[in-house]
Design a protein around this ligand. Structure first.
Ligand code: ASP
Length: 325
């Protein structure tokens, strides 16, 4: 910040000098990646892998901060209101595009109150039941739900979470409404599914592949267009007659609006190194996720996709009908 003081004293344009100096020095202290869901869940997993990469690129500590609640909107709002200095950034997924249709009084505008840094990676989802539910596939499950709709529960991470969107699509495509149980993330939701306190959960593969392989939960289907190599015996939902049910949990990295351009560029550079990193890619491949193409790991790539997804999901959510005040 020495340069900033000098700029004041000789009356040079402050913003130019301070922005350039911030860009050169940044980061000089720990950077916080806010995850708007509980620790131990899918977004947290992705953020921790990203943080390791950013830490190596920055040669500076990068910490993950969980700010869960209200389907991720509390954490997003926290970052939208944070000081725009590059020391608070946000990792959020597809929920950024569904929240505007779900919340009548959303306290932030996803397209205006945050600076997009770039897309990160795509993660598929799996529809699961507790292991003790007496069903083996979609046909069985639907028959069971028809007979037991009043006593069956579906878990999610709150209105606006990917698990909420998946559950909403599932219920609307089979025409059955179930009692929903909302958690602060799918990590606690998974604990309750394992314990048999809830019956159904649709969650990202980062949280489910190992539980499925261990036989601790029952996998009904994957939301990807093709089966996953990690789960070759789990059919797609489309294969089982649920058409229009492809759900890709795309992730974006954001900073508060007003973050200086050189800082955004530095963050984008670290993001680009991450999506090209062999260790990062191998690690996310273990749960069927893939990094985005470099053209999407850009502010334009994220902004354009977000705008398109807001337009896509709005009418689908309105049709399925489940809103917050
Ligand atoms: N991804 C969220 C989590 O990390 C949950 C969700 O989106 O459903 O808990």
């Amino acid at each position: 910040m020495k340069l900033k003081t000098a700029a004041w004293s000789v009356g040079l344009p402050l913003c130019l000098f301070s922005a350039a100096s911030i860009g050169q020095e940044y980061p000089t202290r720990p950077v916080s990646v806010v995850v708007p869901f509980a620790a131990g869940g899918p977004t947290d997993t992705m953020a921790r892998l990203l943080a390791q990469q950013f830490q190596a690129s920055f040669k500076q500590t990068v910490v993950v901060e969980n700010a869960p609640g209200a389907g991720g909107t509390i954490g997003v709002n926290k970052v939208a209101r944070a000081t725009p200095d590059g020391y608070t950034v946000l990792l959020m997924h597809i929920g950024m595009a569904t929240a505007p249709a779900l919340y009548k009084r959303l306290p932030f505008d996803p397209l205006k109150d945050l600076e997009p840094i770039g897309q990160v990676a795509d993660v598929p989802m799996t529809l699961l039941t507790r292991a003790s539910l007496p069903v083996t596939g979609m046909k069985d499950l639907v028959a069971y739900l028809k007979a037991n709709r009043d006593k069956t529960t579906i878990a999610n991470a709150g209105l606006g979470a990917a698990s909420h969107l998946c559950g909403l699509l599932f219920m609307s495509s089979i025409g059955i409404d179930l009692t929903t149980v909302a958690y602060k993330g799918t990590a606690p939701a998974m604990s309750d599914l394992l314990g048999g306190q809830v019956d159904i959960l649709c969650d990202q593969t980062s949280n489910t592949v190992s539980q499925i392989k261990a036989g601790k939960v029952r996998a009904i289907g994957v939301t990807s267009p093709k089966r996953l190599t990690q789960l070759p015996d789990v059919p797609t939902l489309a294969e089982q007659g649920l058409s229009g049910f492809e759900l890709n949990v795309w992730h974006g990295l954001y900073a508060p609006r007003g973050t200086p351009r050189p800082v955004l560029e530095r963050l984008n550079k670290a993001l680009n190194a991450t999506i090209r990193d062999a260790t990062f890619n191998a690690r996310i491949a273990e749960f069927g996720a893939v990094s985005v193409a470099p053209a999407l790991a850009t502010p334009e790539g994220l902004r354009g996709h977000l705008a398109k997804e807001i337009a896509l999901w709005g009418p689908i959510i309105v049709k399925a009908g489940q809103f917050a005040d």
